[in-house]
Design a protein around this ligand. Structure first.
Ligand SMILES: Cc1cc2nc3c(=O)[nH]c(=O)nc-3n(C[C@H](O)[C@H](O)[C@H](O)COP(=O)(O)O)c2cc1C
Length: 202
């Protein structure tokens, strides 16, 4: 399968980076084709410019999009699966990734309406969407407090939404006590990479 990874973490000394490497190992074993947008390394512009905002808000879909946005659209059109990999920061993805959605999910491409008020989008429907999120708090805490549910609602139901046929979120919690969870998380991610389809059958 053609897998596009949108990755957001500033440091290669992080646990999230180790997860990324384990995921890549699994994907390689599963003989998948992989393309990574490493948003910090690319210095991806997460802020909308005034011009981009106006184009978006006034639905000026006839105007050209920024080159970096078009490049991301091309990767999305190529992919059969998109994996969003990030650490949980203040109960959401880092601003860098939030800005990816702000800019790359452009009007007319990822969402929009025609003159008759019907929904239209150019973006194809992608077969699989996966959010993998490392978190300091343990999974039990995130579930009990409702934070996990809000993460799933925002990421899977809204951001991935109707654009993806099958959607799942893997929360890799408890990283504050890393030795307890490290191997379990690394093994789970490696297995996911190797057998993406199986992950959706569970
Ligand atoms: C700015 C910042 C905000 C964070 N906010 C949360 C949070 O809201 N909930 C949580 O469980 N962990 C939070 N954490 C902990 C990270 O999720 C955790 O460090 C990360 O998932 C795994 O560590 P890594 O940075 O080594 O990859 C936060 C960490 C940082 C740096």
């Amino acid at each position: 399968m053609d897998i596009f990874i949108v990755y957001a973490h500033p440091s290669s000394k992080s646990f999230t980076y180790q997860i990324r490497e384990a995921l890549l190992t699994g994907l390689q074993k599963g003989r998948h084709n992989v393309e990574v947008s490493d948003l910090y390394k690319m210095d991806f512009h997460s802020d909308m410019t005034e011009h981009e905002y106006e184009q978006e808000s006034f639905a000026q879909t006839d105007l050209p999009l920024s080159e970096d946005v078009v490049a991301e659209h091309q990767k999305m059109e190529w992919a059969g699966c998109i994996i969003f990999l990030y650490p949980l920061w203040w109960s959401d993805c880092p601003a860098k990734m939030k800005g990816w959605f702000d800019r790359v999910y452009s009007v007319g491409y990822a969402y929009g309406y025609n003159k008759e008020g019907q929904k239209v989008r150019k973006m194809k429907t992608i077969k699989y969407g996966i959010a993998i999120c490392t978190a300091g708090h343990p999974n039990d805490f995130l579930e009990e407090t409702g934070i996990a549910e809000s993460m799933r609602k925002i990421m899977l139901e809204d951001r991935l939404g109707v654009r993806f046929e099958n959607k799942k979120m893997m929360i890799l919690g408890g990283t504050l006590d890393i030795e307890k969870v490290k191997n379990l998380h690394l093994n789970n991610v490696r297995a996911l990479g190797e057998h993406i389809e199986n992950y959706f059958e569970k």
